[in-house]
Design a protein around this ligand. Sequence first.
Ligand SMILES: Nc1ncnc2c1ncn2[C@@H]1O[C@H](COP(=O)(O)OP(=O)(O)OP(=O)(O)O)[C@@H](O)[C@H]1O
Ligand SMILES: [Mg+2]
Length: 626
Amino acid sequence: MKAALPLAALGLVLSGALLFLYRQAPGNDAPAYFENVARLRQIRQLDAQWELDAMKSKLGINQSYDALAEPLPQLDALPHQLNARPGAPDRDGGAELAAGVAALERELGRKAALIESFKSHNAVLRNSMAFLPVAADDIAALAERYSQPGRGGTLRFMRTEAGVRKVLLQVLMFEDGARFDQAGFERALAGMMASQDTLPADLAGALRLFVVHVRTVLRECQKVQDLLDRIAAAPTAAHMDRISTLLNRGQERNALQMQQHRRYLLLLSAALAALLLYAAWRLIRSHAIINSVNGQLRQANEGLEAAVHERTAELEGAYGQLQSEMAERKQLEGRLVQSEKLASIGQLAAGVAHEINNPLGFLASNADMLEQYLERIFEMLSIYQDAEPAMAPVPGLAARMRAQRVRLELDYLRADIPVMMAESRDGMGRVSKIVQSLKDFSRTDSLQQWEWADLHRCIDSTLNIIASEVRKVADVRKEYGALPEIECMPSQLNQVFMNLLVNASHAVGPLRGLITIRTGVADQQAWIEVGDNGCGISDEVLPRIFDPFFTTKPIGKGTGLGLSLSYGIVQNHHGRIDVETAPGAGSRFRITLPLRQRTEVYAQPARRSASPASAQAPMTGMTPAL
Ligand SMILES: Nc1ncnc2c1ncn2[C@@H]1O[C@H](COP(=O)(O)OP(=O)(O)OP(=O)(O)O)[C@@H](O)[C@H]1O
Ligand SMILES: [Mg+2]
């Protein structure tokens, strides 16, 4: 930038100088010069022609004076048109040229006046010259008439005629420019005039007229000759030569100036070109520097972009890791809450089961006993009834017995009490089942052993037990994969399979549904899926399905312990349950179990326990977190 300022200043100065020189440079007036030269040549021709015409007029070759008048307008106008260079009349000899032109005009004016005078004198001369032969002929005719035989003086007349002829001849010769003896001629004229007294009057008159014209011719001839000499001597050519010289000099000076300016312009142009070359060289160098800097910048930018991408990828990875850690943490928290919830519920359930179990036991045995007692009482009453006719002798007894029987509705009781007892037994059975479920849930009496089992066989045996319930409402499709025996507690897992299958059969309908059982191994873990195309689980229900006693089924149909129990069993196996569901489309429960149990995990609870909330991506994206 610093170097560019002097460069720009130098460029400005050079451009200014160039402009100045351009303005100072003489214009190209070669056309004006050639016009002036042509005009001058025309004036010269006109002038020469003018003199020639004057001579012709004098010699009588030109009959009229038109030729002398014709060039006048042009000779008047042309000198005015001889210009100095426009814009610089005082410089370059413009004033001198104007003075020369003015002198030429003056001279042409004088010459015109001389020609005018020549015209009038020449006219008089021509007139007298034309008259003299006529006058001579007249005299000759008269002399001849007076020279008739018989009349005296014939010689005299003949001498007069001869004198006239001689004078005429001499005048003609004189007029023609021949040598002329003035004195002799005067003598001849004087003798002629002297002899007129002896001549007849008319002849004498004719002679006098002749002499007058002869003298006019002599006089005018000299004047005309004098005027012609003056016309010829008029210095118009000298003026024109001077003008021509001035024009040539101006043109030369102009050419010289132009040459000089061209030289300056050339020098300035060369300087400007050098400056431009230098600027171009600097520009190219700057361009190269900019290019290299751009390249470096681009490289740096690419490096930066790569670094940013790398950093972004790292950050995204870290973010993803953080997200997954947060999700895992959330799951763990959910599992922990669920575990704690289940643990406390388990304790509660164990207590309740224990408390209910004993009264339920004696209630059941008492009910059995009561039924037996009642049977016996009814048998006794039957006997009493049969004995009624035998009591007729006792007044009123039979009637009282009959009335009492009617009042007690004994027949009705006999029919109803067994039903009631059966219902009670059924109720107690249900309570007993609940108590057993509670016990299972709390696993207080779980003394089962770990063993290696084929889960396909477990599933099949479970299916056999509930076949009638499931096959009434749905088809079962088995898609078993290659599943090795796994270390587990089969009877507990049977409970899980049973609950999932029963739930699936409850979910389908009213049309016949489809239950699909799939198995397989992934990541060294066995997985079992029970899927249905039933009603699915709504968003509100999904978070609660693993809660104990949560059920959407009518009272008496579900306890709401099935899934929580299953969850506990799977957790005990260090596995997990995942749910995928879509309301209206069905549900899929997936159990994942380790192939074998590690010894140390028997002692302490596993970190990766089953998660009721670890529902994977739903069929239609509906998986709330528990
Ligand atoms: N396959 C399924 N389709 C739709 N809903 C289901 C399915 N499995 C479970 N549920 C829902 O989860 C609830 C809880 O199920 P869970 O097995 O714990 O109890 P239950 O089946 O209602 O009763 P129980 O199993 O004690 O007879 C069910 O009431 C039902 O609303
Ligand atoms: Mg159930």
